[in-house]
Design a protein around this ligand. Structure first.
Ligand SMILES: C[S@@+](CC[C@H](N)C(=O)[O-])C[C@H]1O[C@@H](n2cnc3c(N)ncnc32)[C@H](O)[C@@H]1O
Length: 258
């Protein structure tokens, strides 16, 4: 596949942002217990990862600074993390060496991954490909990479974010008004983030895409922030996220027969 037209803009943005993610990444690498999303919701609530991943071949699609890969490796998995942003990979490789884990961090993008068909038992993305790659390109690629019966789990923004967030982050967090249409969600570009492209779909469109690529749905977890939760991300707020989901976690299984 040719390089997606939006990729260079997103990589340029992540090259700039990578330095801001070093400290949060180091906290993630150090944590024994996984936590998810912008409110750090505990793994006991979300259950993204099997408790024992021994013998599983895993890929993280858009690994960033690599702490999710570390959590899988510590559960016994053989892990590859791919990401298109060199500065993010440099952080991941440095911290990985400090922790003495054996994880391959490889430059690449989720829309066309340089591994043969059916290479992996488990694929995951936390705000990586899940938000920054076109689902109509990366979901078929994830299906190709997974063995029959393999699992795909990913966390991304709910459709409420592109509907309820003001145009400018400086204008404050998500509102309780529907500012943009639900139907037609796909590419999202924010006026204060030139060059960046995010991707969101309606639930109906996600489900059609999964079914069209041979995935069954195990669970959809709409993450609820605990009462009193806070986040460093100014576009969201804990009180709002206690009432409505800011993030969705999709858990899929590649049909054994497809
Ligand atoms: C918020 S980080 C998420 C990764 C990880 N959970 C973290 O917080 O470090 C977003 C990552 O998505 C990556 N990304 C952007 N476009 C991508 C694509 N087309 N395929 C895979 N990853 C992509 C970026 O390079 C960035 O490292």
């Amino acid at each position: 596949m040719t390089r997606p037209e939006y990729l260079d803009g997103n990589v340029a943005s992540w090259q700039r942002q990578a330095a801001d993610y070093v400290v949060p990444a180091e906290r993630g690498w150090t944590s024994i217990d996984p936590y998810w999303g912008i409110f750090g919701i505990e793994e006991t609530v979300v259950q993204m990862l099997p408790a024992d991943m021994s013998g599983l071949s895993c890929i993280e699609l858009g690994c960033g600074a690599g702490y999710v890969s570390a959590w899988m490796a510590r559960r016994g998995a053989q892990v590859v993390g791919i990401d298109p942003t060199p500065n993010q990979l440099a952080t991941a490789r440095r911290i990985c060496a400090e922790h003495g884990l054996d994880i391959e961090f490889r430059e690449g993008f989720a829309e066309a991954v340089e591994f043969p068909d059916a290479s992996f038992d488990f694929a995951i993305s936390e705000y990586g490909a899940a938000l920054w790659a076109d689902p109509y390109r990366w979901i078929p690629e994830a299906a190709r990479l997974l063995k029959p019966g393999g699992r795909l789990r990913f966390l991304t923004n709910s459709a409420f974010v592109p509907m309820c967030a003001p145009d400018l982050e400086a204008d404050g967090p998500m509102t309780d008004r529907l500012l943009r249409p639900y139907f037609g969600l796909h590419e999202t570009r924010w006026p204060d983030a030139p060059g960046e492209t995010e991707f969101h779909l309606t639930h109906g469109d996600w489900i059609s895409l999964f079914r069209g690529n041979g995935f069954d749905i195990e669970r959809l977890v709409e993450l609820q922030a605990p009462a009193g939760a806070t986040t460093a991300y100014t576009w969201a707020d804990g009180e709002w996220a206690h009432k409505w989901p800011v993030e969705d976690v999709w858990m899929l299984i590649r049909e054994p027969s497809s």
